[in-house]
Design a protein around this ligand. Sequence first.
Ligand SMILES: NC(=O)c1ccc[n+]([C@@H]2O[C@H](COP(=O)([O-])OP(=O)(O)OC[C@H]3O[C@@H](n4cnc5c(N)ncnc54)[C@H](O)[C@@H]3O)[C@@H](O)[C@H]2O)c1
Ligand SMILES: N[C@@H](CCSC[C@H]1O[C@@H](n2cnc3c(=O)[nH]cnc32)[C@H](O)[C@@H]1O)C(=O)O
Length: 416
Amino acid sequence: MSKVKDMSLAPEGVRKIEWVQKHMPVLEHIKKEFEETKPFEGITIGSCLHLEPKTINLGLTLQAGGAEVAMTGCNPLSTHDDAVAGGVELGLNIYGWREQSDEEYYETINAVLDHKPDIIIDDGADMIMVLHNERRDILENIKGACEETTTGVHRLEAMNKDGALEFPVVAVNDAYTKYLFDNRYGTGQSSFDAIMGTTNMLIAGKIVVVCGYGWCGRGVAARAKGLGANVIVTEVNPIRALEARMDGFRVMPIREAVKEADLIITVTGNINIIHGDDFKYMKDGCMLANSGHFNVEINRQDLEAQSVSVKEVRESIEMFTMKDGRKIYLLADGRLVNLAAARGQGHPAEIMDMSFAVQALSAKYILNNELPVTVQKAPDEIDNTVASLKLKAMGIEIDSLSNRQVEYMNDWHEGT
Ligand SMILES: NC(=O)c1ccc[n+]([C@@H]2O[C@H](COP(=O)([O-])OP(=O)(O)OC[C@H]3O[C@@H](n4cnc5c(N)ncnc54)[C@H](O)[C@@H]3O)[C@@H](O)[C@H]2O)c1
Ligand SMILES: N[C@@H](CCSC[C@H]1O[C@@H](n2cnc3c(=O)[nH]cnc32)[C@H](O)[C@@H]1O)C(=O)O
């Protein structure tokens, strides 16, 4: 069963899926192993992830392992209609299309849950919330879930703290082979890929404000600097603010930063990063993009309330004309620009190769182990396997410890 926009797009979708497969060697290795060992025979896996070619390749990997796979999107704007048609052609159950209403978004989450999944793979925790709140009828089916992103993990940890979580969750985001590469290099590159593709604007010479200096913020700031921007970082965490300063960036409060900004990119996972009077101090022509979470980092309602008109001036660019005549541009409705902009392609295939390898191995880990009902990091063994396979695929060899080195590292007697 499936519900997608247009099955005539399938050939183009399949072409794009085949292209990413050539650049996801770790996942391809796991797919081959799954084909032989069939770890998911008789198991249904339901996912709520950005629906584009790399994610379809994860679905195909799980399917190769014997699973029935049902997929939907985790953002109303990020689905690629050709890729999902291709995925259906290749045997996946997919419910999703680009530009869903809120109602359709939850309708398709429920359509996946109607397959009565044993394992959930979520991004942002919306499917897990629906399960706990409205679909308790199938809760007892669930052996566990994997969560892809930082804010999803935060939501689930808060839920666990309140005693509300009812099945084990593996925090895939917290694997080193996820956040060190996906959040940092993935978000750094794909945010600018989408911003530049959407606006056709130059970054060199611009003042770029990056809100949040976590894993994503570090990547976005580094890429902005590399493209020739003058970068300002805003933070609430004193250690990260210090780190940003020592990495060579200016650091200041958001109210000061907005006055200088040509482009502001939010990557905090938090609400109201730009809101209220912040818009009053912006320069004419300031562009706003979010690469963090949902559409809450930039407060669109506040921006609308201070403007006299809103017009789509180019695909995925809205121009807000303020009461004093200044123009402020909002990209991709304030949703994560690297995926929600019409030109957003998400992270490069080589990056999602690692994130989705961790997902595939974590799903197997849930199935093979009786895990406690809590939020736990993916085991180090998975991290080490994924890193080793990636190095091998890149043709990189590393050293290993000698017996004498192991002995020395474990000994406290030897001094100067
Ligand atoms: N666009 C993508 O493809 C993509 C990829 C990975 C993660 N994410 C999302 O991006 C967000 C950030 O993820 P991360 O891994 O970098 O998280 P993180 O926790 O490492 O970093 C977030 C940073 O934001 C800071 N922050 C919080 N409130 C702030 C405020 N009011 N002003 C300034 N800074 C503030 C925090 O102190 C922290 O340093 C999350 O929502 C995550 O889910 C998006
Ligand atoms: N569902 C929420 C949560 C943020 S998504 C952030 C996650 O997207 C993931 N991501 C980034 N690029 C891609 C991609 O191309 N395909 C699938 N997932 C991606 C990435 O791993 C990151 O943790 C929302 O839409 O706002």
